[in-house]
Design a protein around this ligand. Structure first.
Ligand SMILES: *Cc1c(COP(=O)(O)O)cnc(C)c1O
Length: 485
């Protein structure tokens, strides 16, 4: 930890450029004009805006410092569980910015945008292959939007069979967006309790599944970072009652090229491109949530989808059973372009390796910290590991205190208090892009914080002391946000 925080870039108070400027400073030198001006310039332009006078270095330092007030994967490890904050190779940004593709207007006729359509078509087919579900739409703008698309397909499917269904089964470990998406489609979410081992028990599904239930939404690996080992049996029970299985694919980073979702009994799933397939996120920017379905459900997918006719590509609109459009044009193309570039540059073998390493890194953290924090579920984890606050309670230290203290040690905190089924959850997802040395450093920071909790708990309660802002009043920030600086 820095001994003198006053010297770190994170602490410097940065004035406004207007406060900073000095009269007569400039970022460039233009020689005096040797041509007499016919009309005084000011007569044409007026006095001009009240811009401060600044040198180039004033401006570069100002914006560089401001950029360092934020924390991102480009500055350090970002172990936010459930979010897959992996490092995004810059080459994907470069391809996404390719002018010929990025500047193409979505209303251009197919023959003028063959390159764009090829990207869309091939990405559809890559995602179909990796998931084992061959029907693909790239339109949804994010994971939750993919879920909504999936629920609309559930509804269209049951309607086509004249089957009236009103409920959806959702385990208590689900992301909050799952019940919300189901409810938006008029389904009543029925909560299923996960077992003492963090896995959904087969019996819970047998007891709840009936012919008024449209199906189940299940996240695998689940939000505890555990593999739902009963998935095939659960899918069979749901199918036997005429229901469908929705797989929340937010955690695909653990299983790319390893698990065939189609074979595991899933009928519909979404990808979080901005998590698994290397689009920067966390700042609320655009994402994408492509949806993959079985051959049987393909006809319900949104229109249009890219198809290949002979050697050329076209957008197919003629799909009478489609649920319609769920996004303008073809989805967030530049985000999809990053995913395409990521998949092409990685190749099948490296995608699989990424998943293997993501799991290995999480398992390593789990084993290294098992004596430091209480494991919520002591069983093999996948790409993320969840600890509880149980061993901290006797020092009157909360999960929030640990998270805030980690900031002082230079880390973005892990996800906390999620999933709700774990008391004071601390959910760590290192991703595959961290090397062993960096993970060891993070583990050492976690151990130091927990040691401090025992010997100097006040240092945790006061944290962060080494950041630009101290502890925020989160209730106040949520209830009375001040959005205007
Ligand atoms: C992130 C996440 C979602 C929602 O995805 P968005 O892209 O943020 O809409 C859904 N389910 C799980 C398990 C997630 O982690």
């Amino acid at each position: 930890m820095a001994k003198n925080p006053g010297l770190t870039g994170l602490i410097i108070e940065e004035p406004l450029l207007w406060e900073k400027g000095g009269k007569g400073r400039s970022g460039m030198c233009i020689p005096d004009s040797d041509v007499p001006a016919a009309t005084p310039v000011a007569a044409l332009t007026g006095a001009g805006p009240d811009f401060p006078d600044l040198s180039e270095v004033d401006i570069v330092r100002h914006y560089t410092r401001l950029s360092q007030w934020n924390f991102g994967v480009d500055t350090g490890m970002y172990p936010l569980g459930s979010c897959t904050m992996k490092y995004n190779p810059k080459i994907n940004e470069k391809f996404a910015a390719t002018a010929e593709l990025a500047a193409a207007h979505p209303m251009l006729a197919d023959e003028y945008v063959q390159g764009n359509l090829q990207v869309i078509y091939e990405l559809q087919s890559y995602l179909g292959t990796i998931s084992g579900l061959p029907g693909v739409t790239l339109q949804p703008a994010a994971g939750a939007h993919g879920e909504l698309t999936g629920m609309m397909i559930f509804a269209a499917y049951h309607k086509s069979r004249n089957s009236k269904r009103t409920k959806i089964l959702i385990p208590d470990t689900a992301h909050g967006t799952n019940p919300a998406s189901a409810a938006l489609c008029g389904y009543k979410p029925v909560h299923l309790k996960s077992g003492a081992n963090g896995i959904l028990p087969i019996q819970a599904v047998i007891d709840a599944m009936d012919e008024e239930t449209a199906g189940i939404m299940i996240t695998n690996p689940n939000t505890l970072g555990l593999f739902e080992t009963n998935i095939r049996e659960i899918a069979d029970i749901v199918h036997s009652k005429g229901g469908l299985v929705y797989g929340d694919g937010a955690n695909m980073n653990a299983i790319m090229g390893v698990i065939d979702l189609g074979k595991s009994g899933v009928d519909i799933m979404h990808w979080n491109v901005h998590k698994t397939l290397s689009t920067p996120h966390g700042g609320g920017g655009p994402g994408a949530g492509p949806v993959c379905v079985t051959k049987e459900l393909e006809k319900f997918l949104p229109v249009p989808r890219a198809i290949k006719v002979g050697d050329s590509y076209k957008m197919e609109y003629d799909c009478p059973d489609s649920i319609g459009k769920i996004h303008a044009f073809h989805g967030n193309f530049s985000v999809l372009m990053r995913a395409y570039s990521y998949i092409r540059t990685m190749g099948a073998e490296n995608l699989k390796k990424a998943s293997h390493l993501a799991v290995l890194n999480a398992v390593y953290i789990k084993e290294e910290l098992r004596g430091t924090l209480k494991l919520a579920y002591d069983r093999p984890c996948m790409h993320e590991v969840v600890f509880s606050d149980e061993w901290l309670q006797e020092y009157k230290i909360s999960t929030l205190d640990v998270a805030k203290r980690l900031i002082d040690h230079g880390y973005h905190p892990p996800t906390i208090y999620f999933p709700l089924v774990v008391h004071g959850a601390i959910m760590i997802e290192p991703t595959e892009t961290e090397c062993k040395e960096d993970i060891d450093q993070f583990i050492a920071a976690m151990k130091t914080v927990v040691a401090e909790a025992k010997t100097d708990p006040e240092s945790l309660r006061q944290a962060p002391v080494n950041a630009k802002l101290r502890r925020l009043d989160e209730t106040q920030a949520a209830r009375r946000p001040c959005l205007c600086g």
